[in-house]
Design a protein around this ligand. Structure first.
Ligand code: B12
Length: 220
């Protein structure tokens, strides 16, 4: 077994990014499974330190115009495949009976983050309804009335979607008064909103922090 020191994870991440950029899906999955999972790297670490950080690196390369939009799409589709593939290997705590609904606000297309967050919540025993990208507030409200979750988690990456967050919160409050609402996503790193103003709570910077705060808030 490889000792999972920081350097070995860094190497794994670099190799994963190289496989993404080469469009090599098989190699990307081999790295995660054979060099990661089977060598004892915890799944949570693979998610946060390999896939998430690889996505941030892809974003940097794209922003600096080193790679094209097409290469970013190619790379991201590999990470989507990876999350789907790893899903069946998720270690799961016993069910805790709490339902969490996870959704992007309207217009928000960055759904990898909330998808990963949903997987972490599931590992912690939550029953998760993940709605994916860009959910119009009226339809979010309709689903909330049907499902009546114990917690609603809203994801926002682009700061220009903060007005849509406001709308989503308003509709959610009307649909299920009193439902706790968690917010997160990169927008809050770049422009922390007035949580008090919205009456919502920032639940953490990544999937692990979301789980910790959700457990505390819901008393599980
Ligand atoms: C892939 C990608 C896309 C894909 C998304 C595909 C998909 N299916 O998700 C597409 C091509 C659609 C896209 C589009 C755009 N993108 Co983009 N995208 C990215 C990229 C490269 C990776 C995102 C990703 O996969 N992250 C990995 C996940 C796992 O991490 P995460 O999102 O941070 O999620 C974690 C935490 O934030 C947190 N979290 C997330 N949600 C929640 C919710 C709660 C409640 C909590 C507690 C926590 C939490 O937990 C997650 C897991 O740990 C980023 C680079 C980056 N630095 O993020 C740029 C980036 C976010 N995009 C950017 C831009 C500019 C755009 C576009 C405007 C480009 C354009 N001109 O069209 C559009 C906007 C689209 C829209 N309307 O939303 C910029 C934003 C810059 C800025 N400061 O505003 C970035 C940073 C790239 C860059 N460096 O320039 N993008």
């Amino acid at each position: 077994m490889l000792p999972q020191t920081e350097p070995s994870l860094t190497t794994l991440r670099e190799q994963y990014v190289a496989a993404q950029l080469a469009g090599n899906r098989r190699e990307a999955l081999r790295l995660l499974v054979d060099e990661g999972l089977l060598r004892g790297v915890p799944l949570q670490v693979l998610h946060l330190e390999v896939i998430q950080l690889a996505q941030y690196e892809i974003g940097r390369l794209w922003q600096e115009n080193i790679i094209s939009v097409a290469q970013e799409h190619l790379a991201t589709s590999i990470s989507q495949l990876a999350l789907a593939h790893l899903y069946r290997h998720l270690p799961r705590d016993p069910e805790n009976g709490k339902v969490v609904m996870v959704s992007c606000v309207e217009g928000e297309l960055h759904e990898m983050g909330p998808r990963m967050a949903s997987d972490f919540l599931e590992m912690a025993g939550f029953d998760v309804r993940f709605l994916g990208a860009s959910v119009p507030p009226e339809h979010l409200a309709r689903m909330l009335r049907e499902v009546r979750p114990d917690l609603l988690a809203l994801s926002v990456t682009m700061t220009y979607h903060l007005p849509q967050l406001r709308e989503a919160v308003k509709h959610a409050r009307e649909a299920v008064p009193g439902v706790p609402i968690a917010v997160g996503g990169l927008a809050f790193r770049w422009a922390p909103v007035l949580e008090e103003d919205l009456g919502v709570s920032f639940f953490g910077r990544d999937a692990r922090e979301l789980v910790a705060t959700a457990c505390r808030t819901l008393g599980v």
